[in-house]
Design a binder for this molecule. Structure first.
Ligand SMILES: [Zn+2]
Length: 144
């Protein structure tokens, strides 16, 4: 589904968790509609044809408030930045990054913040191939 076979930096979405959050934030969009938009934007990334982004206009639009519909937990590997992988503009993704997309308490707390205070309604946990953190965690050798 989500892959870039040419450069061997495939992205695998491990978990898609849709959360209904209607109370405080405007314009709730169905999780599957958001998911379809993410899939389309990922396809643009894969083929190298990202949508044009009007950064000055978006900077103004999100200067005082942000309501990213999607929160992403991903590895902080430099080859898989979620904003590029999902061809996202300013204010579209709330990104939490850790080694091997570790779901440590701080990362979980940040995702909770996105849902409770910013109105994110979809959480994506995004893994990738050739992850050094996962490889190290799964190796038989001792690690500090
Ligand atoms: Zn990684």
């Amino acid at each position: 589904m989500f892959c870039a076979p040419r450069d061997r930096v495939a992205v695998i979405v491990l978990i898609l968790c849709a959360i209904t959050c209607v109370a405080q934030h405007p314009a709730t969009v169905a999780a599957d509609q958001i998911w379809n938009q993410l899939a389309a934007s990922n396809r643009r990334f894969v083929i190298g044809k990202g949508a044009p982004h009007d950064f000055p206009a978006r900077r103004q639009a999100v200067a005082k408030f942000q309501h990213p519909r999607v929160a992403v937990l991903s590895c902080f590997d430099s080859r898989v930045p979620p904003k590029f992988v999902f061809d996202a503009g300013l204010g579209e993704l709330f990104v939490v990054r850790s080694a091997g997309e570790d779901d440590d308490p701080l990362s979980i707390g940040r995702l909770e913040y996105a849902v409770e205070h910013l109105g994110s309604t979809v959480i994506v946990v995004m893994g990738h191939q050739s992850c050094g953190a996962v490889t190290a965690a799964c190796s038989a050798g001792k690690s500090e």
